[in-house]
Design a protein around this ligand. Structure first.
Ligand SMILES: [Zn+2]
Length: 190
């Protein structure tokens, strides 16, 4: 496993629509391993392939980490509970409701804004073996995180869905990000 460099806002790969995974082979498994390594090392709960410079529809999540770390009372040792999840070619096939919550992104160090998301989603995806699966997430971190990461696969970023539009420019400037880039035009039309 290799910890990769995380691409930051301003790099055009973050605004590209990614391509579907066709081959479920060794190179895909290597990509997923590297993504987990990078995500855990960065203390993130989710990571999309474009964030390490690979324009493919792959994302990894673990919403129990780092909050899943605790000290075992008997052994007094630090224990980490992992709950890794890989979604390949994910598509939201059902959605309902709306919530606003604070989000950050590994590609935007020191940026936190209120973002509008669906309250409930049903996602269709493939696992590492290419098997089709479905997942329902409602009103929790997993639900918001999946939406955030799927957006990455479409060249969309959390700053495109702010609860308060005026907050974005100010927060970006404060964090040292100068120009605000628009999402890809195909997204604006579709
Ligand atoms: Zn992100």
């Amino acid at each position: 496993m290799t910890k990769m460099k995380i691409v930051e806002y301003g790099d055009e790969i973050l605004r590209k629509v990614t391509s579907r995974v066709i081959k479920f082979d060794k190179s895909l498994r290597k990509l997923v391993e590297d993504m987990f390594e990078t995500m855990y090392a960065s203390e993130g709960v989710g990571l999309a392939a474009p964030q390490i410079g690979v324009s493919k529809r792959v994302l990894v999540l673990d919403v129990e980490y780092p909050s899943g770390r605790y000290t075992d009372e008997k052994t007094n040792k630090e224990v980490t509970s992992y709950n890794p999840l890989v979604l390949i070619n994910p598509v939201i096939i059902g959605k309902d409701g709306q919530i606003i919550s604070r989000e950050g992104c590994l590609s935007f160090p020191n940026v936190l804004i209120d973002v509008i998301r669906h309250k409930k989603i049903i996602v269709k995806y493939q696992d590492l073996l290419g098997k089709e699966r479905k997942l329902l997430a409602e009103d929790n971190l997993l639900c918001r995180c999946i939406q955030h990461e799927i957006d990455h696969l479409d060249g969309k970023l959390f700053i495109d869905k702010p609860a308060k539009a005026e907050e974005v420019k100010e927060v970006l400037e404060k964090a040292g990000f100068g120009n605000v880039q628009s999402p890809p035009s195909s997204i604006l039309i579709g």
